[in-house]
Structure formats: structure tokens, C-alpha cells
Design a protein around this ligand. Structure first.
Ligand code: NI
Length: 135
């Protein structure tokens, strides 16, 4: 069984490779390469896999998932300029793909225990674009 919890954060980013010229960056990333950055209201959906506990009837306490998401993702990411304020995005270009991988890495050990485990992280960057990391 899979259970999914959603959370939101607002952050700004720019997609630029520091080793490329302005022209090369613009060709690859378009307006997202603008060095002033731009914002998104990101929506992250975290899916945990397991079986309902016979006593509680729950795969995992939703409050616990919310607390982990708040502590590991929302607090460090919300209202930040990712490239400047959140490692590793000073070195790794914060595309939706790379942000989703970082979210997975931050959550995996925290949401995987004896009876249930992290199954997927889906990150919506806009209403018509999302990426997913899955085990
Ligand atoms: Ni963007």
C-alpha cells in the first residue's frame, strides 16, 4: 500500500551553468537562465510504502511524515534563493530534476524504517510540469 503526503514551498532559482557564456545558458535554459532568478510555488508529494499496522491501522503516522517534511524540506527551502542559500545548489543547478533528487536524499533515511519505506518523491514545479524520483 502507498500513502502520499503533500507539502508546498516557495523558492526562487536560476538555471545557469557557471562555465558557459550568457548566450550558451540562454540557449539551453531560456529565460530560466536570468541571473536575477525567478520564483516557483513548488508542490512536493512524498509517497511511503508499507502495510497498515494491525494495531493503529496506519502505514505511518501522518503527523510524523509532516514533521519530517517540515524539518528537512520546508524550513530549509521555503522563501530561499536556492542557488545562493541552499546547498548543494551553489554547485548543482537547481532544475526540478536536481531538486527532486536532493529532496529524496534528505528524506530517504528519515522515512524508511523497519515497517515502511520511502517509495517516491514527486515535485511539481508548475501546474503542467512535474518530475518524480522512485525507488
Ligand atoms: Ni524556474
Amino acid at each position: 500500500m502507498f500513502i502520499t503526503r503533500k507539502a508546498e514551498f516557495s523558492a526562487s532559482h536560476m538555471c545557469r551553468n557557471a562555465e558557459w557564456s550568457d548566450e550558451e545558458n540562454r540557449k539551453v535554459y531560456g529565460a530560466a537562465a536570468n541571473p536575477h532568478g525567478h520564483g516557483h510555488n513548488y508542490v512536493v508529494e512524498v509517497t511511503v510504502e508499507g502495510q497498515p499496522d494491525p494495531v493503529t491501522g496506519m502505514v505511518r503516522d501522518l503527523k510524523e511524515i509532516k514533521d519530517v517534511l517540515d524539518r528537512e524540506i520546508i524550513e530549509p527551502f521555503d522563501h530561499r534563493f536556492l542557488n545562493r542559500e541552499v546547498a548543494p545548489f551553489d554547485k548543482t543547478i537547481p532544475t526540478a530534476e536536481n531538486i527532486a533528487v536532493e529532496i529524496w536524499n534528505r528524506l530517504d533515511s528519515k522515512l524508511t524504517n523497519g515497517s515502511s519505506r520511502l517509495h517516491a518523491v514527486r515535485l511539481h514545479e508548475t501546474s503542467d510540469f512535474s518530475v518524480e524520483v522512485r525507488r
